[in-house]
Design a protein around this ligand. Structure first.
Ligand code: SAH
Ligand code: SF4
Length: 368
C-alpha cells in the first residue's frame, strides 16, 4: 500500500499523450502497443478504473494503478439556461474551480452549423491579464491547468450532458497561450484519433494577444483556428481596457497575426466587444476595418455582456448596427454574436473565479 502523500504525488493518467505513455510502457518492459490499449479504455470505452482494462494483464493494471491517478473531474454544479446553454462547474483536486460551457448551435459561432455542439473550455484557474471588462480576470490568477484537466472537460461534459461535442473553443476562464505547453498537449489529446478525435479545424484558440506565442503556434504543424481578442483598433483605446497592449502593442500583435495567416494559409478572426462610449465610435470602425483588411480577417462583434461589479455598458441595438454596417460597407466579413447563456452568467466574459469560500457550493449536489 502506498502512503497518502505518495498517492497525492501520482500524476494523472489523463495528462499523458500517446508518446508519453509509450515511453512509460517501455520502462515497464511492455510493448509500445500497450499504450494504445490503455488510451482506448480511457477515451473510447471511457472506463473509470484501471481494473476494468480487461485485455491487460493484472500485473500491468496494478502497475498503472500504482503510478497514475485515474480520477474524473468532479462536477460540483450544472446549470441550464433558457436557451439550452449549459454551464458546468468543476472542482479540481486542490479545491479550486473551473467552468465549461456547452453551447447549442449558433450561426455566429466558430465552425458552427446546425448540428454543432460547441464546448467552451477553461485553461487556467483565474486569469492574470486583467482586461477591464472581463469577470475571469477580476480576482487574478491562481494556477495553470494540467493538460488532463483541460481535455477532461470535454469527456465529463459529454458524460454529464449525453451530447457529443464536435467543436471546441478555448474561450473559458484563462489565457490559453499563457499555459502554452499544457494547451498543446491538451489539443493533442482532444484532436488525436487515439484520444477524443475532434479535428483541428473544429478547435479555436482565443488569445488576448500574446504575440510571441502566436508566432510559436504558427510554427506548429496544426490546422487549429485562431481568434484574437482585439477590442480596440488603436493603441490608445486598446490599452485603456487591455493591459497586455502595453507589452505587445498593435503593430507587434498584427505582425504576429500576419505571420500566423501566412504560415497556416488561414484567415483568423478578430473578436471585438462593443462597449458603449469606449470603443463603439465610427472612427474605431474605420480603424478596425483597416486592420482586418490587411489580414483578410473575419470580425466577430460581441455586444458587451454585463459583469457584476463592473460599470461598462452595452451599446444600444442601433449603435451596434451602425458599427456593424460600417464594417460590412467596407466589404468585410463581420458578424454580431448573439449572446448565449447570459441568464446563468455563462456568456463570454462572465466566467468568474470561484473558491470554496463561495458559500453557495456548500451542500450543492455533487454530480460526480
Ligand atoms: N483569454 C482569452 C480567452 C478567454 S476570454 C481571450 O481573452 O481571448 C473569451 C472571450 O470573451 C474573449 O474574446 C474576451 O475578450 C471575451 N469577453 C471577456 N469579457 C467579456 C464581456 N464582459 N462581454 C463580452 N465578451 C467578453
Ligand atoms: Fe483574461 Fe481573456 Fe478575460 Fe482578458 S478577456 S482577463 S485575457 S480571460
Amino acid at each position: 500500500m502506498l502512503q497518502a502523500e505518495e498517492m497525492d504525488k501520482k500524476p494523472s493518467i489523463f495528462d499523458l499523450t500517446l508518446s508519453g505513455l509509450e515511453a512509460w510502457a517501455a520502462t515497464r518492459n511492455e510493448p509500445s502497443f500497450r499504450a494504445k490499449q490503455v488510451l482506448q479504455w480511457l477515451y473510447q470505452k471511457r472506463i473509470s478504473r484501471f481494473h476494468e482494462m480487461s485485455d491487460l494483464s493484472e500485473r500491468f493494471r496494478d502497475e498503472l494503478d500504482r503510478h497514475f491517478l485515474l480520477k474524473p473531474l468532479i462536477c460540483a454544479r450544472k446549470t441550464g439556461s433558457r436557451d439550452t446553454t449549459q454551464k458546468f462547474l468543476f472542482a479540481l483536486e486542490d479545491n479550486s474551480f473551473i467552468e465549461s460551457v456547452l453551447i447549442p448551435a449558433s450561426p455566429a459561432l466558430y465552425g458552427s452549423a446546425s448540428d454543432r455542439k460547441t464546448l467552451c473550455v477553461s485553461t487556467q484557474v483565474g486569469c492574470a491579464y486583467g482586461c477591464k471588462f472581463c469577470a475571469s480576470g477580476l480576482e487574478g490568477w491562481t494556477r495553470n491547468l494540467q493538460p488532463g484537466e483541460i481535455a477532461q472537460q470535454v469527456l465529463r461534459v459529454e458524460a454529464l450532458s449525453g451530447e457529443k461535442v464536435n467543436n471546441i473553443v478555448f474561450m473559458g476562464m484563462g489565457e490559453p497561450l499563457a499555459n502554452y505547453q499544457s494547451l498543446l498537449q491538451a489539443i493533442e489529446i482532444i484532436r488525436a484519433p487515439w484520444g477524443i478525435g475532434i479535428g483541428a479545424r473544429h478547435i479555436t484558440v482565443s488569445t488576448s494577444g500574446l504575440a510571441p506565442r502566436i508566432r510559436d503556434l504558427a510554427d506548429q504543424p496544426l490546422q487549429i483556428r485562431l481568434a484574437v481578442s482585439l477590442h480596440g483598433a488603436t493603441d490608445e483605446i486598446r490599452q485603456k481596457i487591455m493591459p497586455i497592449n502595453r507589452r505587445f502593442n498593435l503593430v507587434t500583435l498584427i505582425d504576429a497575426c500576419a505571420y500566423y495567416c501566412e504560415k497556416k494559409r488561414q484567415r483568423i478572426t478578430f473578436e471585438y466587444i462593443l462597449i458603449e462610449d469606449v470603443n463603439d465610435g465610427l472612427e474605431q470602425a474605420v480603424q478596425l476595418a483597416r486592420l482586418a483588411r490587411r489580414l483578410e480577417a473575419k470580425i466577430n462583434l460581441i455586444p458587451y455582456n454585463t459583469v457584476k461589479g463592473l460599470d461598462w455598458k452595452r451599446p444600444s441595438e442601433t449603435r451596434q448596427q451602425t458599427f456593424y454596417r460600417a464594417l460590412r460597407q467596407s466589404g468585410l466579413d463581420a458578424t454580431i454574436r448573439r449572446e448565449k447563456g447570459s441568464d446563468i452568467d455563462a456568456a463570454c466574459g462572465q466566467l468568474r473565479l470561484q473558491t470554496m469560500r463561495d458559500k453557495s457550493f456548500a451542500g450543492s449536489d455533487n454530480l460526480r
